[in-house]
Design a protein around this ligand. Sequence first.
Ligand SMILES: C[S@@+](CC[C@H](N)C(=O)[O-])C[C@H]1O[C@@H](n2cnc3c(N)ncnc32)[C@H](O)[C@@H]1O
Length: 243
Amino acid sequence: MPPDVITFSPDKTRKSISHTVPVLQLHEHDHDSLFEHVGWVYAFCREHLFRDDTERIIAALWPNAGPDAGVQLIELGCGPGFYSRQLAERFRNISVTGADRSESQLRRARERADALGLSNCCFKRINALELSCVDANFDIVIASRLFTILPEQNRVIAEVYRVLKPGGRCLIAEPRYAFWASIPLFAMWLLGWLIRFRNGYCEPYKATVFSTTAFENLFPTQPWKNIRIWQEGRYQYALCEKG
Ligand SMILES: C[S@@+](CC[C@H](N)C(=O)[O-])C[C@H]1O[C@@H](n2cnc3c(N)ncnc32)[C@H](O)[C@@H]1O
């Protein structure tokens, strides 16, 4: 399906694709996020320290050939847009929406996508707990490391299920070890304390990681047609298909 509208972002210089997904308004309390204030720390970790799973994501989603032209993909909690950007660059015939709550992360993501001249990739302020889009809107949903900091994971899975088209698939990647997963959070908290401390920040001190069983139990909360769970090194993955 082709994108709904071609728009220009507010700076009037960047051509981007809009999928008629309403975006969130920024509220005062949303500023109390480490990803707003010291998000560059996370972006640095994402770019230079964390494992790049792009090839694994591609192999899991499209093991035989690439995606069909026009595939609509959304990444929840995209942060600085690492995977959205990589997938949009690799597959110029698909439409990618990076969704995050942090405006600062989204700004960074847009800058990088602009630098690559990506016109099939847009970044929007969307709450993963309450996706502001109609049912059955996307072919693919991906989320990486989102549950490390976001509670109410069942709610996210329900939203993922809702916005997927029949036959659509989601790929969730989560770290397995709290110590390693908490390093960026710890660095952000440390810096956050140094530069500003008012009411604190909404992120936890320590990353949430799932045991193998807890991770497996997360997905049957929705009536998926297929669920595949596997582990590779420090990460675990779930690939679910909607019937
Ligand atoms: C640990 S980072 C993961 C970033 C990226 N996916 C990656 O693989 O590195 C989690 C991201 O989720 C975002 N986030 C947290 N709660 C959210 C929510 N309710 N809706 C959308 N994004 C959210 C944060 O702003 C942050 O950018």
